[in-house]
Design a protein around this ligand. Sequence first.
Ligand SMILES: [Zn+2]
Length: 285
Amino acid sequence: MKSVFKILLLLTGIALIVCSCASSHHDPFPDNLNDAQKVQELYMEINEFVKSNKLLSIKEIGQVSYGDFSCPIMVISYRNSADCKTLINAAIHGDEPASAYSVIPLIEILMNHESKCSFDVIPVINPWGFSQNIRFNKEGIDINRDFASFESQESNIVKSFIADNQYSLMIDLHEDPDSKGFYIYQYGRPDTKASEKVVEKVGQMGYPIEQDVQMVILKTENGVIDAPMWGLWYMWLSKQLSLSNFYRLHNSKDVFTIETPTHLPLSDRVIIQTTAVSVLIDEMY
Ligand SMILES: [Zn+2]
């Protein structure tokens, strides 16, 4: 019992250190940054694509509003009778555009996969940030560190949506401006086989694989960050929980996060993201 108390004390101490050095808040952004054109253009393109395929549907799951800026968070859905369902999230960080621009080719891959699993895809979780090419939301909150506190409109919209749905597999799409190569996070998995397959395929295509990214106390091993379950509770304690962390703790055991290096051209990053999801679907279904 005494040792359990010691561990809790240690985790709380580490959590406080993380809180002070990895704040999820920045100052709010000025009101003149309110142009929603970029996200509207992407939504128009996605709408045209959905209209051209009667198996797809699109709906609004919530409205993000900041004064003059108002924009919906959308979800694209495909339903089938197969007993599996995938959720893919993009652009929770507004300055990681390859995730949002991967959505249409990704949907084509998912629809044509032999598993015929149902799926939902959220193309832009952070519409204000995506329009401004900024990581945070308008209030300066890092939405992907807000899944313990739920202070942002965006995290609350996503939380309500996923509470009504159960997914067997969740994939969160990201980009990393500091990394030299591609990498993938997995959470509380018994082995790294599926992630290694993804890294192998991306490497075979000639793209760089990250060897050196460090996230708090975790490190990449040949392109894979293997996060243990205790690490997720530690992120929860430190109020830094990401959407993937949250979903792994409360919903599905099969959760992955994909990261592409932003020094590559956008078209290559879209190819890497779609390839990574395609390999993951092959491995999981
Ligand atoms: Zn990100």
